[in-house]
Design a binder for this molecule. Structure first.
Ligand code: ME8
Length: 660
């Protein structure tokens, strides 16, 4: 990884305990876990903090609704978060609850110090308050009389309160953001904050709530009639948890934070309130505040009222933890919104995990079983020059993926990193197809077979290592199956060839990712129209000539079937055709013969999903030109409604096999 840091401290937002966790909470926490895991595998001292935000009006209201005390509300709900994190294999180093004494003490010290230095002052306030957002707004900032953030009605409030002199840091913050390009990421979010700061006068921040209105909070140390505003309390968790004001050595070890991960909903609090608070306290700025996008259901925002909120526990029960983690990380381009639908989940699972990764793992392991007595074969010598032999080509493709994956971590492009690893997995499949060890075994060339299987197993080891932070359980199972005694991979070892020890017994882990069979709804047979039943043959029309040969029931003869030559082929290269949204150009291996196909599948498959796949093609179709590109055959695919799936073969078979 370029620029390996000397330490890595990553945080998630602390989540409100007013309700059970949902997919958004799960996502940020899994993302933090994956980032922490990559750093740990690089031997970077790592600290991963998550927790719960337990004060404030939302929690108080939830407690009132449930007829329990706010503390009971916290104690009951926090367990649901902690249980979910266990289930999702989250390896956080600490979990902070804002009702813990270690946190409350720090919040009170910070308040006292800022009050003593006149950074906090008392004043009469008249303004509009949004209960949902727990924020005050000036009249001019309201949106048609409603909250400018969430659109809900606001209440007029006149009361005395304590204020943090946030406004005086406006220009300092603008300068800081402008001179630290990596501070708020992605860059367009920095622009969003700058736009806000440059277009409005930054107000002082109300940091208290009178107990008469809200008692559930941390008492102000200098005025017992008030509790602390929940955001002022919550943000401090990032420093209270690592020993600020309590254990300065520990604090110095981890602060400044490497990355505060947040959702885009809480950008202002993290990029305006938090930096100005830290500046007033005299504490260094975090390195990065990274705001990711929303998970949507299709194109719609998830909301309880729409009943479309995805429950992470249910998904995990149905499809397994690792697949769920993989989907979330692979599907969201960091910074942008992403869509969660079960259909997309199943599609990606079947193609990436069942067809590609699971398939290549089972092929390699079962061939080592069959041809090498279930032991890692002799260590192959592999050329340093990738153009030399197929082994070097496969290994260098996997190494390239390793570099891309490692590079994707500091650049927060994990989806691209995973795509590179999956394309390396497909490359292993292509390598096996090209070298066809099954044929060499038949011919008795066992030294060659061993060389191929050793190389394939090494390539698989590297892919399993790269995928470990995303799918820890399954990748540990795969490493154990490859006979690797040390459980966790070390990213430094992934660039070495020859780590697997010859003679070590391998095992069969069973199907790592069994295919998900989607129940297809029975489609009612379309009622035959008179025209369709007996179409009038048109002179010179090939289709009609064919129909003329059919029996009256529309059946064709055995000979007619045998005239169509179907063969297996392996996709070597796939690319888009400029100006043709629906077409892909494929280079295929038809068993000793290379051909070019043009297929109308671009809306259903990405080019990189196809490389390495074994498909079925009509091999004796007259060539035709589509959009000026020659197509020498036709692939078979099944389609129903909007869904289209390639016809593939069940198990390992080389290209050029007849399909009968
Ligand atoms: O805001 N898609 O807590 P919260 C992606 N307590 N991420 C989502 C999401 C979605 N649809 N919905 C929620 C709070 N999130 C405060 C934070 S921090 C000092 C205090 C994630 O329970 C995302 O990370 O409302 C978002 O920022 C967080 O959940 C909000 O969680």
């Amino acid at each position: 990884m370029s620029n390996i840091p000397s330490k890595y401290y990553v945080t998630t937002p602390i989540y409100y305990v007013n309700d059970k966790p949902h997919i958004g909470h799960a996502y940020t926490t899994i993302l933090a876990d994956v980032l922490a895991s990559y750093h740990r595998l690089l031997d970077v001292p790592t600290h991963f903090l998550t927790g719960t935000d337990e004060h404030g009006q939302k929690v108080q209201q939830a407690a009132d609704r449930n007829g329990i005390t706010p503390q009971e509300q916290c104690d009951q709900t926090v367990v649901r978060f902690q249980e979910l994190w266990k289930r999702l294999e989250i390896a956080n180093d600490d979990f902070i609850r804002t009702t813990e004494p270690r946190h409350k003490a720090v919040v009170q010290q910070v308040l006292q110090e800022l009050f003593d230095r006149d950074e906090i002052y008392k004043a009469e306030y008249e303004g509009w308050y949004c209960v949902g957002c727990e924020r005050f707004f000036a009249e001019k900032d309201l949106d048609g009389g409603n909250c400018p953030e969430c659109g809900r009605p606001v209440d007029k409030i006149i009361e005395s309160n304590y204020f943090f002199r946030m406004g005086k840091y406006q220009q300092w913050l603008i300068d800081y953001i402008e001179s630290h390009p990596g501070f708020i990421q992605p860059a367009f979010r920095a622009n969003e904050t700058l736009g806000f700061l440059k277009n409005k006068e930054l107000q002082d921040l109300c940091v208290s709530r009178p107990k008469a209105r809200l008692a559930w909070g941390i008492e102000l140390p200098f005025d017992r009639e008030f509790v602390t505003y929940v955001w002022f309390d919550a943000l401090i968790n990032y420093i209270s948890a690592i020993g600020y004001k309590a254990d300065e050595e520990r604090f110095a070890k981890w602060w400044p934070c490497s990355c505060h991960l947040i959702g885009k909903d809480i950008l202002t609090t993290h990029t305006v309130y938090w930096p100005t608070m830290l500046q007033a306290m005299g504490v260094a700025m975090p390195q990065t505040i990274f705001a990711h996008g929303w998970w949507l259901t299709g194109r719609t925002k998830m909301s309880k009222s729409l009943g479309n909120v995805v429950n992470p526990m249910e998904m995990v029960d149905r499809y397994g933890v690792d697949a769920f983690r993989y989907f979330l990380i692979a599907e969201m381009t960091l910074g942008q919104d992403a869509s969660f639908t079960e259909e997309a989940f199943v599609k990606r699972y079947n193609s990436d995990l069942a067809n590609d990764l699971g398939n290549v793992a089972s092929r390699v392991l079962s061939m080592i079983d069959r041809y090498c007595g279930g032991r890692i074969p002799a260590r192959a010598a592999i050329s340093a020059d990738p153009s030399d032999d197929a082994e070097a080509v496969a290994w260098s493709a996997v190494q390239m993926a390793a570099r891309e994956m490692e590079d994707s971590v500091p650049h927060m492009k994990l989806d691209a990193g995973l795509a590179a690893v999956l394309s390396a997995v497909r490359r292993i499949n292509v390598y096996l197809q090209e070298r066809a060890p099954w044929g060499l075994a038949k011919a008795g060339s066992m030294a060659e077979v061993e060389k191929i299987l050793y190389t394939a197993a090494e390539c698989l080891r590297v892919c399993a290592g790269l995928l470990y932070p995303v799918m820890p359980e399954k990748m540990l199972a795969l490493r154990a199956a490859l006979g690797m005694a040390d459980a966790k991979p070390h990213l430094g070892k992934l660039s070495e060839f020859g780590v697997l020890v010859p003679g070590t017994s391998i095992s069969q882990p069973g199907a790592l990712f069994p295919r998900i069979e989607v129940e297809k709804k029975e489609e009612p047979a379309p009622a035959p129209t008179p025209e369709k039943k007996n179409p009038a043959p048109k002179a010179g029309n090939r289709q009609s000539a064919m129909e003329n040969q059919q029996s009256p029931e529309g059946l064709i003869t055995f000979d007619q079937v045998m005239n169509v030559k179907l063969k297996t082929a392996v996709v070597l290269v796939a690319e888009r055709i400029e100006g043709a949204d629906k077409l892909l150009k494929l280079q295929i291996d038809l068993g000793g013969e290379k051909r070019q196909l043009v297929a109308g599948i671009a809306l259903h498959y990405k080019p990189e999903e196809l490389v390495g796949k074994t498909i079925v093609v009509v091999a004796n179709l007259k060539p035709a030109r589509l959009r000026g590109v020659e197509s020498q055959g036709m692939l078979l695919a099944a389609s129903l409604g909007d869904t289209l799936k390639l016809v593939t073969v069940d198990g390992a078979i080389g290209p050029g096999a007849a399909v009968k």
